[in-house]
Design a protein around this ligand. Structure first.
Ligand SMILES: [Zn+2]
Length: 289
């Protein structure tokens, strides 16, 4: 049933793509960045986190019992329905942590997913969520305040260490997120992972999903796995086996003692804008319906 609907979507998309040669040249970020609301399809993440789109996206309620969506003007609080269920689940856990009443939710996806005009390379399929590291104490922020309030940075020495704002509650929150079966990976600055590696007691399996990455000192990024039965949704390869703690220490050491530049390294290739042709065929009809 799902497969047939998907095949129909693909057929329509192919027809659209040939009918609109101009759209084929336009950077996909312009086409997707213009969308104001979700497509009328059944919810379905299509393609991969960095080359995909989202059919039938639903918006996160701007305020829930244990969360607030931030920076509403960006209109990036759209996602796959199970992503919203996850936010509800994790934010309820957060609300029980000392000093927290819930979560401030940053960028998720655009109304039809796809590449963005600014920021993120990923967040294209409604399965990526940025969650603020600033404890959500006040869940009655006005829309205006949600534009003006900023998160806090938890890093020291350019991400090699955590600073004094890091708390055991942050550890518990990240542990709960990483232990959730829906989660594939979490990105955060290296010093945070090193700290969690040091503080973890007992089971360490959850640490595997926590991956050091650049930035991510004011928020952490949760990446959900492709939900069951969603053909055409492309998972990232799983993280390497083990808790990844050695890797995090290596990242932190590289920050503190950067290796000299490799004279034989090829110059970085400029990143080309994705076009519709780079995305799954079905994304053309996600855009046009
Ligand atoms: Zn992110």
């Amino acid at each position: 049933m799902v497969r047939r609907a998907l095949a129909q979507l693909a057929l329509i998309s192919l027809a659209l793509l040939t009918a609109l040669p101009a759209a084929a040249q336009t950077p996909a970020k312009e086409l997707f960045g213009r969308q104001q609301a979700g497509s009328p399809h059944r919810p379905h993440p299509l393609g991969s986190y960095s080359r995909g789109c989202l059919a039938g996206a639903v918006p996160l309620a701007e305020t829930g019992p244990t969360w607030q969506a931030m920076r509403l003007s960006r209109n990036r609080n759209w996602a796959f329905p199970e992503t919203l269920t996850f936010i509800d689940r994790l934010s309820r856990f957060a609300a029980r942590l000392p000093g927290w009443n819930g979560l401030y939710i940053g960028d998720m996806s655009q109304p039809r997913g796809g590449p963005m005009l600014t920021g993120h390379a990923s967040h294209q399929t409604g399965l990526d969520i940025d969650i603020w590291l600033r404890p959500a104490t006040n869940l009655r922020l006005t829309p205006r305040e949600r534009e003006e309030v900023s998160s806090i940075s938890l890093q020291r020495s350019r991400g090699a260490f955590v600073n004094d704002s890091w708390t055991p509650a942050h550890h518990e929150l990240l542990k709960a997120a990483a232990s959730d079966p829906a989660v594939a990976r979490i990105f955060i600055f290296p010093g945070a992972k090193v700290q969690m590696c040091r503080d973890a007691r007992g089971d360490r399996a959850w640490l595997r999903k926590i991956r050091p990455w650049w930035g991510h000192d004011t928020h952490f990024h949760v990446r959900l796995a492709c939900p069951r039965g969603m053909s055409g949704c492309v998972d990232q390869d799983p993280p390497p086996p083990g808790d990844g703690c050695d890797d995090a220490v290596a990242w932190a050491n590289n920050i503190l003692n950067p290796p000299p530049p490799d004279p034989n390294a090829p110059p970085p290739r400029p990143r080309r804008d994705l076009t519709l042709a780079d995305l799954p065929q079905e994304c053309a009809s996600v855009l046009s319906r």
